[in-house]
Design a protein around this ligand. Structure first.
Ligand code: HPA
Ligand code: ZN
Length: 324
């Protein structure tokens, strides 16, 4: 591991907290909650982490998180992620959670959000990690379900900074969530959406024009559309790129084919993130390492990526100045 990467102060802007659930914790929570899993043990579960595409990952991701039942489970999961983030010199993190994946199973919204929030507060106190929480809508579900989720979130608005959009991208375009995003905007939420992971560049354009997002999660499909790339560079619209995720979900064939350097050199505000680190083979440092090894990125390029993360974050100008 490169000492430069280890000591670099990092900001993470694209992390699904349910994707930080390591097999050991999946089994511990299953035991605690009396749940029988389809896998014999941790190694058997980990061996199933071979993905062909986004959907094949999502199937295992939703199965894994089914062990989460109580507020304490959500606290333990979030606390474990934050401990790792702290050990990797992540100073600030903006975290997605998927409430519908839990409320659909009968887990109360309040248990989910309270457990996560309590761990975020403790990490701020113990380790000085700042954070924001982003409620993410599942795009394979109807827009009405997203709107109902916004309603459930109302009592917890003070703990929630933004809304996002994740899950199966192809066939679930941004346009499907126009009304939910307009409502979230009226309620004062900041807006982001996954776009251009497996979906076409048009989904990136639509997330910006129809949903009015201020960041794009993934966005690597922009590489296929030079005019869009120029617009994203001009506006400094941040892309929260996830290199190891792109490799594991076969968005790229190898790390040496990853578009990160091309996007960076074209002036886009590209950032490095881990997405679902328990499933994709590594946390923040491993993602920076993959760029260093696969693309031979220099320390100065890695530093620019880290600075982009600070720029793209929802920290105040004063807080940003402390990190740069
Ligand atoms: N893409 C879409 N949905 C997701 C992802 C992702 O990378 N991770 C968790 N949900
Ligand atoms: Zn994601």
């Amino acid at each position: 591991m490169s000492a430069f990467i280890e000591q670099l102060p990092k900001v993470e802007l694209h992390l699904h907290i349910e994707g930080s659930l390591e097999p050991e914790l999946v089994f511990a929570l299953a035991r605690r909650n009396g749940i029988t899993l389809d896998y014999a043990n941790e190694d058997a579960l980990r061996a199933a982490y071979e993905f062909d595409d986004l959907q094949s990952f999502l199937n295992i991701y939703y199965a894994g998180m089914s062990v989460l039942q109580t507020e304490q489970d959500f606290f333990d999961m979030t606390h474990a992620y934050l401990r790792r983030a702290h050990n990797e010199n992540v100073r600030h993190t903006e975290i997605f959670f998927d409430p519908q994946a839990h409320t659909e199973r009968g887990v109360p919204f309040s248990a989910v959000v309270t457990g996560i929030h309590r761990a975020l507060e403790q990490a701020r106190y113990d380790w000085g990690i700042s954070s924001r929480l982003i409620l993410s809508f599942l795009r394979h579900l109807p827009e009405e379900s997203a709107i109902e989720t916004l309603r459930q979130a109302e009592p917890f608005h003070a703990w929630l900074t933004g809304v996002g959009l994740d899950s199966s991208e192809t066939g679930n375009p941004p346009d499907k969530f126009r009304r939910a995003y307009a409502l979230a905007r009226e309620q004062g939420y900041r807006l982001v959406a996954h776009a251009g992971e497996e979906g076409p560049p048009q989904y990136i354009r639509d997330a910006i024009a129809l949903l009015r997002v201020e960041r794009i999660d993934h966005g690597v499909a922009a590489i296929q559309d030079p005019a869009l790339m120029a617009e994203l560079a001009e506006s400094r619209m941040p892309l929260t790129v996830c290199p190891l995720s792109n490799l594991k979900l076969r968005v790229v064939n190898s790390m040496s084919d990853h578009p990160m350097r091309t996007l960076l050199q074209a002036g886009l505000c590209v950032t490095v993130n881990s997405d679902d680190p328990a499933y994709f083979g590594g946390y923040m440092n491993a993602n920076y390492m993959a760029l260093q090894q696969g693309l031979a990125m220099t320390d100065s390029e890695l530093l620019q990526l880290a600075a982009n993360g600070v720029e793209a974050s929802w920290l105040s100008p004063e807080e940003k100045a402390l990190l740069l």
